[in-house]
Write a protein that binds this ligand. Structure first.
Ligand code: ADE
Length: 276
């Protein structure tokens, strides 16, 4: 990293501060660490049983790590990124189950708002409200989400047809039409949703939910509390029904990395850093 060559980041503060990039599982990070190794070399710090990789990726100084699975893991990792690594902003990449009626396997969802669907302190507080924070929904940073969505649109325009042709046959539930990019509500909970009954219950409770996963809203809460911008991008690996676990496993093994690699390359290459 060369801090003197950097200008302003997402917040307008010194871009000498790195961007935090995280996923739950290694397949969801794509080629990020390998690219960092080639581009700048990697400095790895281990903390709380996690490896934090520091270096530059596509010209952007980053700290890349795996949160592992679930809201506690995600919140702990976000907190370390903020307090130990002083990240400028935080971006989460990975897969999710499709919940919205038009959200198909192979589509991409950029979270504009995030909510913890398993938070329920009724009757003390309204369902989904985080006690003592007086809110249930946390907004992603608008500029970051816009930049991520633009990177996703470019990725789909440039690689979507080849992806559909390559993976449509291998994965029955992968739509053979061009993947679409959606923006809206992403919901998170400590539960892998894998039945029609469970996903229908989520749809009934949260009709505007587009995708369900297990980390994003926890990160959004921590980022809200510390006023750090964050954004979440999720590729749809399954539709949270009875086929979810097989669809998720195939997608994670064969496809998730291709999406993260392609989306993050475009996002990081246009992240505001001086001198390009
Ligand atoms: N991540 C990917 N698919 C998911 C599902 N069906 N439920 C929760 N998290 C997921």
């Amino acid at each position: 990293m060369n801090p003197s060559s950097l200008q302003s980041g997402a917040t307008g503060q010194s871009a000498a501060r790195p961007l935090g990039v995280l996923a739950a599982l290694p397949q969801e990070l794509g080629d990020l660490i390998a690219t960092m190794q080639t581009e700048s070399g990697v400095l790895t710090r281990t903390l709380g049983q996690r490896d934090y990789h520091l270096g530059t990726v596509h010209g952007t100084p980053c700290v890349v790590t795996l949160a592992r699975v679930g809201k506690v893991a995600a919140a702990a990792t976000a907190s370390a990124l903020i307090h130990v690594f002083d990240v400028d902003a935080l971006v989460f990449t990975g897969v999710a189950g499709g919940v919205g009626p038009d959200v198909h396997v192979g589509d991409v969802v950029v979270g504009e708002t995030l909510l913890q669907h398993d938070m329920n302190a009724e009757p003390l507080f309204p369902r989904h409200e985080i006690p003592l924070l007086a809110r249930s929904r946390f907004d992603a940073d608008r500029a970051l989400a816009q930049a991520l969505a633009a990177a996703c649109e470019r990725f789909v325009a440039e690689e979507g047809a080849a992806l559909a042709a390559r993976f449509g046959a291998a994965l029955p539930r992968f739509e053979t039409t061009l993947p679409r990019v959606h923006r809206g509500l992403v919901i998170s909970g400590d539960q892998f949703v894998a039945s029609a009954a469970a996903v229908n219950a989520l749809r009934a409770a949260l009709p505007d939910a587009l995708a369900v996963e297990m980390e994003g809203a926890a990160i959004a809460q921590v980022c809200h509390e510390y006023e750090v911008p964050c954004a979440v991008v999720r590729t749809i690996s399954d539709t949270a029904d009875e086929h979810a676990s097989t669809s998720f496993s195939s997608f994670l093994t064969d496809i998730a990395g291709t999406y993260s690699t392609g989306i993050l390359r475009r996002f990081l290459a246009s992240y505001p850093v001086a001198g390009r």
